[in-house]
Design a protein around this ligand. Structure first.
Ligand code: SAH
Length: 213
């Protein structure tokens, strides 16, 4: 099957670039990325590139997705507990998360993308993945506390609701404007004694927006 060979080749490239987490690699081998993009772009689905998914939004590059998932899973040999994803987009990363976690809540503020993601995920039997339509800025208190929160859209800062909804021992990975005014990956660890923030490499994500569309 051609798409499987292309997917395995994509994962080998990611491994060569340093992705190591066995769970993340296995999820990347399993989830069929070509099912999440427009059929006209399906031939590019396994290249390390971001692709348009409609409404001015993009599916992130596989190496950025892998990097963020590795950061979420770092230091754990068990699946993650409950996870909140802000920005379902086409649903690709949500599908990966469903392989890495016990329960996933994924929110999208653009109704047509939320519906498209539902369509893309139909038939994949990911019964622990819950797609929610709404603004993710206030998080999703009903599912809190979360072992992990991940966002695929970046704002000026990180909404305090996300940090509030993180469990002790939990981790948040999201793009936001860093100290030097450039968008960077931010990691927040919630410990018993407080919150530890790390700024990592520069990234380029679509903007985090308020309200629904
Ligand atoms: N992980 C996605 C990436 C989608 S791009 C994928 O695999 O396709 C980021 C998404 O975040 C966009 O769909 C955008 O509409 C959404 N978004 C931006 N601000 C948001 C908010 N406040 N709440 C929920 N979704 C938001």
């Amino acid at each position: 099957m051609a798409s499987q060979a292309m997917r395995l080749a994509m994962v080998r490239k990611l491994e060569a670039q340093g992705v190591k987490d066995p769970g993340v690699l296995q999820a990347l081998r399993t989830v069929e990325r070509h099912r999440f993009v427009d059929s006209a772009l399906a031939n590019q689905a396994y290249e390390d590139t971001s692709l348009p998914i409609g409404m001015g939004q993009t599916i992130s590059k596989p190496n950025v997705v892998a990097r963020m998932l590795e950061l979420l899973c770092q230091g754990r040999d068990q699946p993650l507990g409950r996870v909140l994803e802000i920005g379902t987009g086409c649903g690709y990363q949500a599908a990966l998360l469903s392989h890495l976690s016990r329960e996933v809540y994924s929110m999208e503020r653009v109704r047509s993308l939320h519906e498209r993601a539902r369509e893309n995920l139909r038939g994949m039997q990911l019964s622990n993945l819950h797609l929610l339509f709404g603004d993710g800025m206030p998080g999703f208190p009903r599912g809190a506390p979360y072992a992990a929160i991940i966002a695929a859209a970046g704002g000026e800062g990180l909404p305090s609701a996300w940090v509030d909804q993180l469990a002790v021992g939990g981790r948040l990975v999201a793009p936001a404007i860093g100290d030097a005014g450039q968008q960077r990956l931010i990691v927040i660890d919630k410990t018993r004694t407080g919150v530890v923030r790390s700024e990592l490499e520069a990234v380029m994500f679509v903007p985090l927006k308020s309200g629904i569309a």
